[in-house]
Unconditional design. Structure first.
Length: 219
């Protein structure tokens, strides 16, 4: 879905949807990297991770879009294996919300070693749900590799039924660059119209750690 949004519904060259303002990425705090890395579409040299703190999280506000998710993917840039190997995500929750107050648990992973040096990106399926969400969140529920409480996520993607207001459709074109299938239904859930007018839900991300957090040693 994020790749589809970044390609203007399959009609244009991909642009990072956070950079273009189509979605908004936020984090509990940032030690290395920037929010745009979370929704990049090609895993290369991204290095994004939070300060070491339990319950660290990253969240994505889809703004005018809504999705009924069926799965998601997480990436971890692994070229810095001697430095970042301890940051491989192992314990986390995948959550969804329509209002940034109540969060539904969509998936939970404990000691999951799907992501590693040889497999830096992995896909995960979730149980069927009927809710369309505006907000998605990955939150730590345990330490990363080697017991460090840092959250490292790059090139996050979500799959499912994506809906959007008709006014977001790009101008008609005879060229289609869409290379994957997606449900392009524009039939929004009943509560969709009222959610579009919600104010900005996430504050500007603080890049300084809380007082009880000590920064990791930099390479």
């Amino acid at each position: 879905a994020l790749n589809y949004i970044g390609c203007k519904h399959g009609t244009a060259k991909w642009v990072n949807p956070h950079t273009s303002g189509k979605v908004h990425v936020s984090a509990s705090h940032i030690q290395v990297g920037d929010c745009a890395m979370v929704v990049d579409n090609f895993l290369s040299v991204q290095r994004f991770f939070t300060f070491p703190h339990p319950n660290s999280w990253i969240a994505i506000d889809l703004k005018s879009y809504r999705i009924k998710p069926t799965g998601y993917a997480i990436g971890h840039q692994s070229r810095y294996i001697n430095i970042d190997g301890a940051h491989y995500i192992r314990n986390w929750l995948f959550e969804g919300s329509v209002d940034n107050f109540k969060w539904d648990l969509l998936d939970a992973r404990a000691n999951d070693k799907s992501i590693n040096f040889n497999n830096p990106r992995a896909c995960f399926s979730i149980k069927p749900c009927s809710q369309y969400y505006r907000l998605l969140r990955i939150r730590l529920c345990g330490p990363a590799e080697l017991g460090i409480y840092t959250l490292s996520v790059s090139c996050f993607e979500v799959f499912g039924d994506l809906v959007w207001p008709k006014e977001l459709d790009p101008p008609p074109t005879t060229t289609t660059t869409l290379s994957f299938s997606i449900n392009k239904s524009r039939s929004p859930p009943p509560s969709y119209t009222s959610l579009v007018s919600y104010p900005k839900l996430f504050p500007v991300v603080a890049t300084t750690p809380p007082k009880d957090i000590k920064p990791l040693a930099q390479p």
